[in-house]
Write a new protein. Structure first.
Lengths: 409, 605
């Protein structure tokens, strides 16, 4: 046990073990949903290779000197912006979105690298001593760091990933000690945008709420008017943006607002996913015995709907186990954010936590029918090499911070 | 580090609550779904393993007025591909066995790209048994490929009738989105002609067979022994007004010609023959239609897809002279004593309008019999444009006849308002009106309108809306339902009609322009015409009806670019009339002969 203690001191098993178990669950579910499948039967072998590569990358990241990540921030961020631009020009179109580079039989998604780049860049920029996060200009720059990749990813278009970037950006600004008014400035446009989805009256009601809030904050006229104009234009900009959305994305939003409107489209997937999970019962139908999964009722189940394979074949026990493993990782990251010594490390951990949690919540919520169908993979389980690699590298960075937590800089 | 500022208690609480809160919601939802509602989800999941197999109903068959089959059905195999599970590497093998050109399958799949990839696409219809045998042997190596038995249109009954029958085709996306409740993707739907108008009668009701499938999609048996299955209901059979013999003679006569034939039963408006030539092969549409076939048909200079019988419009030439005659007689402008001297034309202002011959003294009857232009140049001038126009419209020109196929043109009958609109108030002269008298100028009519016009002369102003449907058998109640003709009377005196009808009789049986088709047996009356054609040689026209005293058939024949009316168009009209009136049955021949003898007595009076 002594050795184990020493190992735990340098290597956080509370993160590593749940992560590995989740990856194994993912491999099982991918196997079940793709074996004998005419076009996807090779996916299990591919994912196995991805896993080996990702684990190696995890250990490399883990063993690097900690100081190096700060110097990575700028190059990784701009490199990922470059790739995001390039993919729009030369990328491969998969499922209606231009988000992939194809190299041989394998593809690479630059938006995954951009997740790492953006977290590093935001953490780096927000750590500068002279920053005052409650200054409108500094908020603006921080928002811009997040906004540029969001815009590029929206052009692909990949709505789910854009949402994740927005959440990361806002969380990191939030964690940097923004005041209530600052948070209001950052968040209110998204309230307006969301309200505008429900029509003109909701939009006007949201704007009235903003005005009421501005009276509550009792800021000077200039600030108040500026914030109001930002909100108003956000609403109109979104209305315009909604119109340029691809039909399948508009449909997804519409199907969230009225699930019965399109039973055979994205609503169909959501319904079939619920049937798969619900019919799993307490113990599940058994590995390779889920008829929803085996009859291929849910298209591309091995990506965004991997959780219903778990739900159907491993039942309530398996489903709760997977969620619990995620909970352990999240709570562990949460705890580490309090023990880390410098602000940069804290922001990195919070960034990784937000990233994994938003993926997790949106994906599980979609599978359980409590959030709209937004195409996002479930970290560590869904089929896909880029996402697995980047997720493992990010936990590698966190483990690196953990390893060096007692060193003073 | 300032702990207050950085990672304060408040911020940590928010994040913690979100994480734990979401965890709690998820577990609750999982508990709800997997424990509490598990039975209902299980049932839904079991339903998923019952696979409904939809069976298309055979379409209703077309019969002619004597219950001879015109369009039937035949069983056929259809090969399908479901893109979600299909392996593109199989394409060359399937193309080879189908004998289709390389790239064929890709084109079909591209054409249907907008549909969900989980819906099977028909790749080839009417495939041979050899292909099916090959498929059965290799089925396990052909994921995403299957075949179904369907009934298919059978056009092997001796006539083509492409333009009136129309064709069936897979339902297009736009139509499907409007009629989601009634159709599935890939269903056939009537396109054009009778197939379209009577789609709701013809399509019948789909049947459903419920099959049990295992987790590998393999069929393991019938669900509840087929108790829940629904049988297909065949579409209603249509009894058409068409006479197969007459139609067949018309098609034969037009084999190497362009033009149209429309024949109508005057008292009922029933269409006896309806032909637009050249035709296209409906069989091409019974298969899976590629864009190439479409392009070829659409680019053909003879325009085979164009329904000349009810859509082509042209100036009707001399066949229109009776309009002026009727108008002048009805309005009291002339009577049978009115005479004009034809010196070979008519001087109007500084223009000379020519006649083909020097006819000498001409009255209203000889003007029709000999087709004298001079008489009508004079007459239309006397009648006046708007009165003339009123009478042309009474006979159905310038508006659609509301025939029961969707393809129909209204044509143009000019009036003062029309010319003012097109040329401006002072932009046109009376000279425009003069040529209308002989059916030339800015006058546009269809062969269908001319046939209905002939029917109105045949029956002295009483007829019915032209139509194809005589009745149908309602397969749900297994009863024949007759369709009543919608009759009307254009309100012109019998006296005027008698004068003009007599003249039309003389065209064929006197010293007129179509004596070449004179037949004591048939007693045809009619009028020849030559339609000026700005793009080439004139069109040959004949309209007529028979027998004179008790007309059973009225007809219009248009032969494009064939010159003078009597030589080409009139003999075709005679042959079609003969095919309709003289059947193999000898009794009918006798009674017809008896009829004609009384006729001649009447004419002699």
């Amino acid at each position: 046990m002594h050795i184990n203690y020493k190992l735990q001191d340098r290597f956080d098993l509370a993160i590593f073990i749940p992560m590995i178990v989740l990856v194994i669950f993912g491999l099982l579910a991918i196997y079940s949903s793709t074996y004998n499948h005419p076009t996807a039967s090779g996916n299990f072998q591919k994912q196995l290779i991805f896993t080996v590569v990702a684990v190696i990358a995890f250990f490399i990241t883990f063993s690097l000197p900690q100081q190096i990540f700060k110097s990575f921030a700028i190059p990784v961020f701009f490199m990922s912006l470059f790739f995001l631009l390039a993919v729009l020009v030369v990328g491969k179109t998969i499922y209606g979105a231009k988000s992939w580079f194809g190299v041989g039989g394998f593809g690479f998604q630059p938006s995954e690298l951009a997740k790492l780049g953006t977290i590093l860049m935001l953490a780096y920029w927000l750590t500068y001593k002279s920053r005052d996060i409650n200054n409108l200009l500094d908020i603006g720059v921080a928002l811009a760091i997040g906004f540029v990749p969001i815009m590029l990813i929206m052009l692909e278009p990949d709505m789910g990933t854009s949402i994740v970037f927005a959440i990361i950006t806002i969380s990191l600004i939030f964690w940097s000690g923004i005041s209530l008014f600052g948070l209001f400035v950052v968040l209110s446009p998204s309230v307006v945008v969301f309200a505008s989805l429900f029509g003109v009256y909701a939009f006007i009601a949201a704007l009235l709420l903003i005005v009421a809030a501005l009276f509550f904050f009792k800021r000077d006229l200039f600030n108040s008017v500026t914030v109001f104009i930002i909100n108003l234009s956000a609403g109109f900009f979104f209305d315009y943006a909604f119109k340029i959305l691809k039909p399948h994305q508009q449909k997804r939003i519409a199907s969230f607002l009225d699930p019965s409107a399109d039973p055979l489209g994205s609503g169909y997937n959501a319904l079939q996913a619920k049937v798969a999970i619900g019919s799993g019962g307490f113990f599940g139908k058994g590995f390779l015995h889920g008829n929803q999964t085996q009859l291929r009722f849910i298209p591309e189940q091995w990506t965004d709907f991997i959780y219903c394979v778990i739900g159907e074949e491993f039942g309530f026990l398996g489903s709760v186990l997977v969620i619990t493993l995620f909970l352990i990782i999240f709570l562990r990251l949460f705890k580490l954010s309090a023990t880390a010594k410098d602000k940069f490390s804290v922001l990195i951990i919070i960034g990784v936590l937000t990233l994994l949690f938003s993926h997790f919540a949106i994906n599980i919520g979609m599978n359980l029918g409590i959030t709209p169908v937004i195409g996002l993979p479930l970290p560590f389980l869904s089929y896909g090499g880029s996402s697995l690699l980047i997720n493992m590298v990010m936990l590698g960075i966190v483990m690196n911070i953990y390893r060096n937590r007692k060193l003073h800089t | 580090m300032d702990d207050n500022y950085f990672g304060s208690y408040f911020r940590r609480r928010i994040i913690f609550v979100i994480i734990i809160g979401f965890f709690a919601i998820s577990i609750t939802q999982l508990f709800n779904m997997q424990i509490l509602e598990q039975p209902s989800y299980s049932e839904k999941s079991d339903e998923n393993s019952v696979k409904p197999i939809y069976q298309t109903a055979p379409r209703g068959v077309f019969f002619d007025r004597n219950h001879k089959v015109l369009v039937g059905n035949k069983p056929s195999f259809t090969l399908r591909i479901t893109p979600s599970t299909y392996d593109k590497k199989l394409t060359p093998y399937i193309e080879a066995i189908l004998g289709s050109s390389p790239g064929y399958i890709n084109r079909i799949l591209k054409q249907n790209e907008s549909y969900s990839k989980f819906i099977p696409r028909r790749i080839a219809k009417d495939v041979s048994f050899k292909v099916i045998a090959w498929y059965e042997e290799n089925a396990s190596k052909l994921p995403g490929v299957d075949y179904i038995m369907e009934t298919q249109r059978d056009y092997s009954f001796g006539i083509i009738g492409a333009h009136m029958f129309g064709y069936t085709k897979e339902i297009p996306m736009e139509t499907y989105l409007h009629r989601k409740n009634e159709y599935d993707i890939g269903d056939d739907i009537g396109f054009g002609g009778i197939e379209k108008t009577y789609e709701d009668y013809l399509r019948g009701e789909k049947g459903i067979k419920y099959m049990l499938v295992d987790a590998k999609q393999k069929t393991i048996g019938r669900y509840k022994n087929g108790e829940e299955d629904q049988a297909t209901v065949k579409g209603d059979d249509l009894i058409l007004t068409i006479d197969k013999d007459a139609q067949s003679v018309a098609e034969e006569a037009f084999k190497d010609k362009r033009g149209a034939v429309v024949a109508i039963e005057p008292s009922t408006g029933e269409i006896i023959a309806f032909l637009s030539s050249p035709q296209y092969d409906l069989q091409d549409f019974a298969k899976v239609t590629t864009n190439e076939v479409w392009r070829e048909l659409n680019n053909n200079p003879d325009k085979p897809m164009f329904n000349r019988a009810s859509m082509s419009t042209f100036a009707p030439g001399s066949t229109f002279k009776m309009i002026s005659a009727i108008a002048a007689l009805e309005e009291g402008i002339i009577d049978t004593n009115y005479k004009v001297t034809c010196n070979g034309g008519f001087q109007f202002g500084d223009r000379f309008f020519k006649c083909l011959h020097v006819h000498g003294t001409v009255n209203v009857q000889t003007s029709i019999e000999k087709s004298c232009n001079t008489f009508y140049y004079n007459l239309v001038n006397k009648i006046g444009l708007d009165t003339w126009s009123k009478y042309a419209k009474k006979f159905g020109f310038g508006s659609k006849s509301r025939i029961d196929i969707p393809e129909e043109a209204a044509g143009i009958v000019p009036s003062t308002d029309y010319y003012n609109k097109v040329y401006g108030k002072n932009g046109w002269t009376k000279g425009f009106v003069i040529s209308l008298g002989i059916g030339q100028g800015e006058l546009n009519v269809t062969p269908l309108q001319l046939a209905q016009y002939a029917a109105l002369f045949a029956n002295s102003g009483k007829s019915a809306r032209p139509h194809f449907l005589k009745g149908y058998t309602d397969t749900r109640i297994n009863q024949y339902v007759e369709v009543k003709p919608q009759t009307y009377d254009i309100g012109i005196s019998k006296k005027s009609f008698d004068i003009v009808r007599r003249a039309m009789y003389l065209v064929v049986n006197g010293a007129g322009t179509a004596t070449n088709i004179r037949s004591d047996e048939l007693q045809i009356s009619g009028k020849t015409g030559t339609a000026q054609n700005p793009h080439g040689k004139e069109h040959s026209l004949f309209i007529g009806f028979a027998p004179f005293n008790n007309p059973k058939i009225a007809i219009a024949v248009l032969v494009e670019n064939a010159g003078f009316g009597s030589t080409i168009a009139a003999p075709i009209a005679r042959d079609v009339i003969k095919a309709f009136l003289i059947k193999g049955d000898k009794k009918e021949n006798k009674s017809l002969a008896a009829n004609t003898s009384t006729q001649e007595e009447q004419i002699a009076h």
